[in-house]
Ligand binder design. Structure first.
Ligand SMILES: CC(C)(COP(=O)(O)OP(=O)(O)OC[C@H]1O[C@@H](n2cnc3c(N)ncnc32)[C@H](O)[C@@H]1OP(=O)(O)O)[C@@H](O)C(=O)NCCC(=O)NCCS
Length: 223
């Protein structure tokens, strides 16, 4: 049966910096004042992170080492957020959300008939293994479906990245299969497993996911 859907492209595009909360993580856009913390975490984790990221262009300043390059990165992300093209968040943990743990980003937002976005993430190795990333992805998923009114989210993972696949297992995102030579990672066109969740799945699983990863369960909006 064909299902009609609202076309939400004109709805819900928060342009002000957004702050989102899970049970333990706080997500907010990074600002130039985060340079010292971001630089320290990124530099300490290079061996842990760089094998899973696109190669940095040799002609570009490294934002982990160059304060103005980091500020420019923040500005570019502010611009993308204001254009509703992507939403990048620093992931913070600790009693008062004071420790920068990593990042979770909602990128490549496409409207029109697709209404989709791609989630990417990383975490400080010192804080790995505590389920923080799954929590942050759950929070961004709720934001994407309930505030941005997207219809589909995806996460793309190199098959040998077992740690990242565990995040998808924990959230039970659906694996749609392998896209060959899909993204450039550390200089190589790598195959990626494409994991997805659609709005219909979110609506069916909302109570379970909110209860597992966010504060208190909230009543589902049946309207
Ligand atoms: C993928 C990643 C974000 C997962 O974050 P996380 O918050 O540690 O996720 P989880 O707590 O759910 O742990 C996932 C798995 O990592 C493994 N793991 C946990 N701590 C670890 C550590 N210190 N060192 C190595 N592996 C570890 C465990 O197998 C764990 O699964 P388990 O909980 O069933 O034991 C993190 O491993 C990371 O930043 N990796 C490098 C960058 C990257 O791969 N980004 C994603 C690209 S798609």
């Amino acid at each position: 049966m064909m299902r009609r859907t609202r076309h939400p492209s004109s709805q819900g595009r928060p342009s002000a910096p957004v702050r989102l909360y899970g049970r333990r993580v706080v997500l907010r856009p990074l600002a130039p004042s985060d340079f010292a913390a971001w630089s320290e975490v990124r530099r300490r984790n290079e061996d842990w992170l760089l094998p899973w990221e696109p190669q940095r262009h040799p002609g570009h300043a490294d934002p982990a080492r160059d304060r103005s390059a980091f500020a420019a990165r923040c500005t570019a992300r502010d611009r993308d957020r204001n254009a509703a093209a992507s939403y990048a968040f620093g992931m913070f943990v600790g009693e008062r959300g004071e420790r920068l743990a990593g990042e979770v980003n909602l990128n490549n937002i496409v409207r029109g008939a697709m209404q989709a976005g791609t989630i990417g993430y990383w975490i400080d190795r010192e804080l790995a293994g505590q389920g923080y990333t799954a929590e942050a992805v759950a929070v961004v998923t709720r934001f994407a479906f309930e505030q941005l009114h997207l219809h589909r989210l995806e996460v793309c993972i190199v098959p040998r990245n077992d740690n990242s696949r565990r995040v998808m297992d924990k959230l039970a995102f659906r694996c749609e299969g392998l896209a060959e030579r899909f993204l450039e990672i550390a200089g190589v066109w790598e195959d990626h497993l494409r994991y997805a969740i659609t709005l219909e799945e979110w609506n069916a699983r909302r109570t379970e996911l909110v209860r597992a990863w966010m504060h208190a369960p909230e009543p589902a909006d049946d309207g």
